[in-house]
Design a binder for this molecule. Structure first.
Ligand code: NAD
Length: 475
């Protein structure tokens, strides 16, 4: 691997700001310090806020073609830098290289999609009941936006928010997760190289998310908050954003159920559930969290699944062969361990895995998991596949829906009527039918209930950053 060179300073008003205060980004794979990064505080936050407000009039009035041009160049540069970005993610949060490359392609896909959509923010005209009146509707950017992203998808969570916001004509200040600021800063460098004007996209790395967020949450001129992370933090931010009546998008926790029916293509159900569970070591908001298999095929499914899980390679995220890297930190490891111990104490059978080494947790399959287990009541966010058996379709659907969040769910069946019936009955924002990885830039991503508000991706993702203006024209 060539020596990786990457920015470590804050990206503020089009320039790199070096700060004497630093915080360490630590590799979860080795425990080594990857970088000492500029640690922004309230002062830098206020500066970035003013810059975003200053940059807004020109960026929002730039033609759609100008904005699309910047985004198009950004997209091309992200793809060109796929390798260093994948390496950075491996270093700062332990994502295996091959998954990192896939994430960069996915992240770039949002920028490409919204570069194209920028040109299609059409207005509308509505017939009036009066001959002398015309009803005109146009879409305008909501204003300067503040965004907060998590560490589990350090590239895609950034572009999924920033690309539609910038396409709409908003300026955007990003506060990345403290575990993974390096990928975000690298994206900022590429934005600058793409000709993005100062103040339009800024990145504030910090070890103090609360302090840096305060000015943005309190200021009337920030018109929108977009957040991806835990439900707990999301709810708190929603309350605070209410005081200045900001528009809010929240992409929160998951805990996806998988329903495998006896009429499913077994091999396909195994493969897709494997991807739905073990991508990113299970540290994904759409990760399969609870696997319900219909009785007649339960044993066959569990055996075939366990065999595939045994073949997964755990190890150095920078190695080409690795499928499963480390968990992000001690707290994540402790949660996974507690969930597994609790399931075993309640009578689950361990089929494969169960052990930890450092922050690496072996991919694990548990059978006969009781529904009162923590694994079935909370989001595990780790490489543990808990399987339990169901007998009736209604039973499986009601188990799946008995969860406070509703982001993604998966159904495996070859019966067309059942595919419709069950996908319509599931109280989830996304349903993968015979598909373990439904996320893609042109589709709406988001959840119901405690999984959040709003959608990212496709035309729906753009609407989150647009305000409707109605002009009544009397002739
Ligand atoms: P988290 O809520 O702890 O952190 C997410 C972000 O919020 C980080 O940038 C963090 O610095 C920031 N933050 C934390 N406290 C804050 C505060 N008081 N003020 C302002 N910002 C604050 O979440 P996490 O544990 O890092 O991420 C995992 C969670 O994110 C899981 O629940 C997962 O399901 C969810 N997630 C959801 C999606 C989605 O699209 N729905 C995608 C990825 C992750």
């Amino acid at each position: 691997m060539e020596r990786l060179e990457f920015p470590k300073e804050a990206f503020l008003d089009g320039a790199w700001r070096s700060l004497p205060r630093r915080f360490s980004v630590v590799s979860p794979a080795t425990g080594e310090v990857v970088a000492e990064v500029a640690d922004c505080g309230e002062e830098e936050a206020k500066e970035a806020l003013e810059a975003a407000v200053r940059a807004f009039p020109a960026w929002s009035r730039a033609t759609a073609y100008e904005r699309a041009g910047v985004l198009r160049r950004w997209y091309e540069l992200i793809l060109k830098h796929q390798e260093p970005l994948a390496q950075l993610m491996a270093l700062e949060m332990g994502k295996p290289l091959k998954e990192g490359r896939a994430e960069v392609a996915y992240a770039a896909g949002f920028v490409e999609w919204y570069a194209e959509e920028a040109k299609r923010i059409y207005g509308e005209t509505v017939p009036s009941q009066f001959p002398h009146k015309r009803i005109l509707v146009r879409y305008e950017p909501v204003g300067p936006v503040y965004g907060i992203t998590p560490w589990n998808f350090p590239a895609a969570m950034v572009t999924r928010k920033a690309a539609p916001a910038l396409a709409a004509g908003c300026t955007f200040v990003l506060k990345p997760a403290e575990e993974s600021p390096l990928t975000a800063l690298y994206l900022a460098r590429l934005f600058q190289e793409a000709g993005g004007p100062p103040g339009v996209f800024q990145v504030l790395p910090t070890s103090d998310p609360e302090g840096v967020s305060r000015p943005f949450l309190e200021d009337e001129r920030i018109r929108k908050l977009t957040f991806t992370g835990s439900t707990e933090v999301g709810v708190r931010l929603y309350e605070r954003a209410a005081r200045t009546l900001k528009r809010v998008s929240l992409e929160l926790g998951g805990g996806a159920p998988v329903l495998v029916f006896a009429d499913a293509d077994l091999e396909r159900a195994v493969e897709e559930t494997l991807r739905a569970k073990f991508r990113n070591a299970g540290e994904s908001c759409v990760a399969a969290n609870r696997i319900f298999v219909e009785a007649p095929i339960a044993e066959a499914f569990a055996q075939a699944y366990a065999e595939r899980v045994r073949a997964l390679k755990v190890g150095d995220p920078l190695s080409e062969e690795t499928d499963i890297g480390p968990l992000v930190n001690e707290a994540a490891l402790r949660k996974v361990q507690a969930h597994v111990e609790d399931a075993l104490a309640l009578g689950a059978r361990l089929v494969v895995g169960g052990e930890a080494k450092g922050l690496f947790f072996a991919p694990t399959v548990l059978l006969d998991v009781k529904r009162e287990s923590l694994l079935f009541r909370e989001e595990t966010f780790g490489p543990v596949a808990p399987i339990t058996v169901f007998r009736e379709e209604e039973e499986a659907v009601s188990w799946a829906n008995a969860f406070p969040v509703g982001l993604a769910a998966y159904v495996f069946t070859r019966d067309l009527s059942r595919a419709f019936r069950v996908s319509e009955a599931l109280a989830y924002g996304i349903v993968g039918v015979n598909d373990g990885v439904p996320s893609t830039p042109q589709a709406p991503f988001g959840g119901v209930k405690r999984s959040g508000l709003g959608r990212e991706g496709g035309k729906w993702g753009l609407e989150e950053y647009l305000e409707v203006k109605y002009v009544s024209l009397g002739l």
